[in-house]
Write a protein that binds this ligand. Structure first.
Ligand code: ATP
Ligand code: MG
Length: 345
């Protein structure tokens, strides 16, 4: 299946089509709600592909990060368990992946201290993703965590020395910071960390039903686990434009093109071809096609998720095992870091 797509690949971070045997992949999702189609086509699909090619896959659930843009973290455990179900439904193999919550890994969190010393306040302040998130935040005051979480994310990635990070486009500035931190640490104290590469997908920025980035917390997302009816209702309400002739033109017609791309991704087709098929059927024909494509593609995933949901004891066990493994890895890395920095032993 080839989709040519939005072509938002970056020159600075060439995406290898195949992982090398030595790759260690880390990526993750905030426990703020159910995963959506943006996650799936932006990163989850790549994670599962890499896992199936045999790489070491670490999935972080950064629970402290929930507090970047809200005062209290609500329904944390529910969201964490829901994420694990979404992973399993999407094809993450519990025997090959390490899934963990970063709050349960003290040695990982301790890396934040030296890491913060390696970046300037100005660098933290000019991060475009942080600025966008502040603009969409409902908080009146911006917390220190909002500015420092990208350095925390560097700890999430570097504690296990990951060298490949499959993410959506919003994460590029954060990955740049991670590379900066790794490089400066190595220059200052000796070689400990890799400089991880970013892996973008062919849909690095899927839009939500309101035409802005699909996000768990913006009330604009199509959840992976949604029912067929719910999916139909949400797509029916999606923002489009008034031009009857459907075309794939992300720059000039972002909302329409987003639905075309979504259909193309689900059907494994070229978006231009999908648009040509719909022709002058207008938004209603496009929405019908998108609904059909999404519901068909995700039916097996939803069924698998529902099966795993029968046994939440298993899901919790998986997290406990993942946390134990992450702690082992983090303690080993922290020992190296303390040694490199000349801390008392
Ligand atoms: P929140 O609104 O709570 O921030 P989110 O939907 O932005 O949730 P995150 O947990 O912040 O999701 O992001 C997890 C991963 O999914 C990141 O790699 C991010 O780049 C990717 N991702 C999130 N939204 C999209 C999207 N709309 N298109 C492509 N990738 C996305
Ligand atoms: Mg986000």
């Amino acid at each position: 299946a080839t989709t040519t797509a939005t072509a938002t690949t970056t020159a600075t971070t060439p995406a290898p089509t195949h992982a090398r045997g030595t790759d260690r992949v880390l990526t993750g999702d905030r426990p703020t709600g159910p995963l959506h189609l943006g996650h799936y086509f932006g990163t989850l699909h790549n994670r599962v592909r890499l896992q199936n090619e045999g790489v070491d896959l670490f999935l972080v659930i950064p629970d402290y990060q929930v507090l970047t843009d809200r005062d209290v973290a609500e329904r944390l455990s529910d969201h964490v368990e829901g994420l694990v179900l979404d992973y399993l439904g999407a094809g993450v193999d519990p025997s090959r992946a390490t899934v963990f919550t970063h709050s349960a890994v003290p040695a990982l969190n301790q890396l934040l201290l030296p890491f913060l010393s390696l970046v300037s306040v100005a660098e933290l302040g000019r991060n475009p993703t942080v600025k966008d998130e502040i603009a969409h935040s409902r908080q009146s005051a911006v917390s220190g965590l909002m500015y420092t979480y990208p350095a925390h994310q560097a700890a999430d990635i570097l504690f296990c020395k990951a060298n490949l990070v499959p993410v959506g486009k919003d994460q590029e500035p954060h990955l740049e910071l991670t590379r900066t931190i790794a490089r400066r640490f190595n220059e200052r104290y000796g070689p400990v960390f890799p400089e991880p590469r970013t892996l973008l997908s062919e849909a690095p920025l899927l839009l939500g039903t309101d035409g802005t980035k699909m996000s768990k917390s913006r009330n604009n997302s199509l959840a992976l686990k949604a029912s067929s009816d719910e999916t139909a209702r949400l797509i029916r309400g999606a923002k489009t434009d008034a031009t009857r002739l459907i075309a794939y033109d992300p720059e000039h017609r972002p909302e329409v093109s987003n639905l075309v791309l979504l259909t193309a991704l689900c059907e494994g087709r070229d978006p231009h071809e999908v648009a040509a098929d719909i022709g002058d059927g207008g938004a209603s024909a496009l929405k019908a096609a998108a609904t059909e494509a999404v519901n068909t593609y995700f039916a097996p995933l939803r069924a698998r998720r529902a099966e795993y949901a029968q046994d939440m004891g298993y899901v919790r066990e998986l997290l406990r095992a993942g946390n134990a493994k992450a702690n082992e890895v983090a303690e080993a890395t922290l020992a190296e870091v303390r040694e490199a920095m000349g801390m008392f032993r």
